[in-house]
Design a protein around this ligand. Structure first.
Ligand code: PRX
Length: 659
């Protein structure tokens, strides 16, 4: 099990409980325990009836489906026979209502420039770009890579892809050229949409140059064209016949592109995420189920009001941005904020400045950001009027109770419920979360399953465990917004999520326990995935990057508790030659750090490189990661190279223990 002992200790002793504020409950959409239980029980006992009623009432269909769900998990198909389009449901249908001139997206760039797009204006842009996609020969089913900054054009491109039925594959701007190349090739993308650059802490991130590198020398042979948004105005080279400016294409485009009528199960997007092997997995989500799931979960969890300004601070390059900046809020006709840059630019008060300026009502962020705010000091939020805030959320990693309390007091003024939402790229939408008007919260617990989610805590053998016994988190029933496959590798999909319990359960990869009140406490990953600043990384991916360097013979990578990042990256490296010392040691460490950044991206920057002559292994040759985690965390006499070798003796003693 991945070690998260600090988190486990604190959540085991947590007894504080915060009932939802009466004022909030009075106006909440779901406002009583009984209402929640009725919904939850109906969804469990009659999922087809429950989801079918909602799908009929809440989604707009070109053709009604024949059946709500078909087949058992993992092969369940949803709303088969139906024809639908996500772009229609996020845009066109709102134009028939008073929301036509409501702000859909309020965008703030890092330098302080802002743009507001009403539903009508967003629709106009999306229709135009959809016709551009037509012109570029993009057809339903084609894959399109998006490597873009957080600018409105990113949302426009996504919704335009959805409109014509192209499957988007968004790559977070922190990934390297090599990572883009791999994803282009895996998805066989025909088109890449990017920008000259994006702003981050006052510096220009050279996105187009990185794309050029990913495409150079025929490295991404499927890619035919590159569309470039002008954002920073920086110098870029444009390759004749391949590269096209967004603004040139849009100038002649006509805004009359109707939505393509797509099957419910048409692939909406691929999003690559890290698994326990070195190769990223292309999680595939399909149209109707995903849209329904993100629409309803965001409505229940964020208790949307028509006058809300809702802000999720994630980057759209991650699932949180897909589901809770774009698809969920827009399907509900809500005003969603988008911010381009860093939370500490030009100063550490930037987020609170945005909250005050735009009168943000709901604020959804990650524990890693909260820990940074705590470190920066209360002075920053205190300089701003945060009284517009009504509801706070967190996502991405376990939140330590003290960070939860700080969020509650300093940001929420003890009047805003906190929704700690547990979910994954694969689940598509929120699975476990308080309902803000109903659920009494306990700091550090993501509380209870949403309607339609039937989790269990089981042993390694798949036996259900009693309250307060730590075990593995599984889902026992399918839900509409679950992943359908790993792109191009259905066997790996079955193997990763369903083989552990003979196809009976979806295995999330997290360890958790349920307490005596039925509340869930998620402890962290049980596989070789680490969570660095809320970003998921595979230790194997970092190992592969390290061993691809000419000087490395072998490498083992583990996470360790990190005050700000949640987990840091510690690399144990056996060099091919002698272990360097002094200045040469520092240079060798720097070189490997740069190499990992080049192979994967800045988000995988190692915190520690420790050279060693040997790695502790079992007799069968398996690296004893638990031991390495202890050393990285400083739990045993923090290892210099000699102690590490000593551990290899210990290793053989503990062989049976480690399997
Ligand atoms: O370990 C869990 C952790 O993040 C993992 C999923 O990562 P990713 O697919 O990148 O999606 C992150 C955003 C949805 C999970 O397996 N995780 C996510 N949310 C929480 C969490 N751990 C504890 N509490 C949470 N609220």
């Amino acid at each position: 099990m991945s070690d998260n002992s600090n988190a486990i200790e604190s959540v085991l002793t947590e007894t504080r409980k915060f009932p939802p504020p009466a004022e909030f409950t009075k106006h909440a959409m779901i406002s009583s325990e009984q209402q929640y239980e009725e919904m939850w029980n109906r969804a469990k006992d009659d999922p087809a009836g429950f989801w079918g009623d909602i799908a009929q009432n809440e989604l707009d269909w070109f053709q009604m489906y024949d059946s709500v769900m078909e087949g058992d998990m993992p092969e369940t198909k949803w709303f088969t026979g139906g024809k639908i389009n996500a772009s229609y449901n996020c845009l066109d249908r709102h134009l028939l209502t008073w929301r036509k001139n409501k702000a859909a997206i309020i965008w703030e760039g890092e330098p302080g420039d802002t743009r507001t797009l009403t539903y009508q204006q967003l629709h106009h842009e999306v229709c135009k770009f959809a016709s551009v996609l037509d012109k570029l020969g993009i057809e339903a089913g084609d894959r399109v890579t998006l490597y873009m900054p957080m600018v409105p054009e990113l949302a426009i491109a996504m919704l335009a892809c959805a409109r014509v039925g192209a499957t988007h594959s968004i790559i977070f701007g922190g990934f390297s050229a090599d990572a883009i190349r791999d994803r282009n090739n895996d998805a066989q993308s025909k088109l890449v949409i990017t920008a000259d650059g994006g702003w981050r802490r006052g510096k220009e991130i050279p996105l187009k140059a990185t794309v050029d590198d990913a495409l150079a020398d025929g490295k991404s042979p499927s890619v035919e064209k590159v569309v470039v948004v002008r954002r920073t105005g920086g110098d870029v080279s444009m390759e004749d016949g391949r590269d096209l400016w967004w603004h040139d294409l849009m100038e002649d485009a006509v805004a009359d592109r109707e939505c393509t009528h797509l099957d419910s199960e048409h692939p909406l997007f691929i999003l690559y995420t890290s698994g326990s092997t070195g190769k990223p997995k292309g999680v595939l989500h399909t149209t109707a189920g995903y849209l329904l799931g993100t629409m309803m979960t965001s409505r229940w969890v964020f208790d949307f009001k028509d006058e809300d300004t809702y802000w999720c601070t994630a980057d759209i390059g991650w699932i949180t941005g897909h589901s809770y900046i774009v698809y969920g809020p827009l399907a509900n006709g809500v005003t969603t904020m988008m911010y381009e840059g860093a939370p500490n630019w030009p100063d550490e008060g930037r987020f609170w400045d945005i909250v005050e300026k735009h009168k943000v009502n709901t604020f959804y962020t990650a524990p890693t950001a909260i820990r940074a705010f705590i470190k920066w000091g209360d002075n920053w939020p205190q300089q701003h009027d945060l009284s517009s805030l009504r509801l706070l959320g967190t996502v991405g990693e376990p939140i330590n109770p003290e960070a939860w309390m700080w969020y509650h007091k300093t940001i929420g003024a003890e009047k805003c419920p906190i929704v700690d939402t547990w979910w994954q790229t694969e689940t598509g939408g929120i699975m476990l979360s308080p309902l803000p008007g109903v659920t009494a919260t306990k700091p550090g617990s993501c509380t209870k399953p949403l309607p339609g989610v039937v989790p269990a805590i089981v042993s390694e053998q798949g036996e259900p465990l009693e309250a307060n016994q730590g075990g593995l988190l599984v889902m026992t029933q399918p839900w509409p917004h679950m992943l359908r496959t790993l792109y191009g590798d259905h066997d790996r999909f079955i193997e990763t999520y369903f083989s552990k319990f003979d196809g009976k359960y979806y295995f999330a990869g997290d360890g958790a326990r349920r307490d005596e009140d039925g509340y869930y406490w998620v402890m962290g990953r049980v596989d070789d995935v680490i969570n660095v600043s809320g970003h998921r990384l595979s230790t194997m991916e970092v190992e592969s990057a390290l061993v691809s360097h000419e000087s490395v013979a072998e490498a083992a990578v583990v996470g360790f508790p990190h005050d700000l990042k949640g987990e840091g990256i510690c690399c144990f490296v056996i060099p091919k030659g002698e272990i360097a010392t002094g200045d040469a040691l520092e240079a060798a460490q720097k070189e490997l750090i740069a190499h990992v950044r080049q192979q994967i991206g800045a988000l995988a920057t190692p915190d520690q490189i420790r050279f060693t002559a040997a790695l502790p292994k079992t007799r069968s040759g398996k690296i004893m990661r638990r031991l390495l985690r202890d050393i990285a965390a400083g739990r045993e006499s923090a290892g210099d190279t000699t102690t590490l070798e000593d551990y290899s003796v210990l290793a053989s003693l503990r062989e049976s223990d480690e399997g």
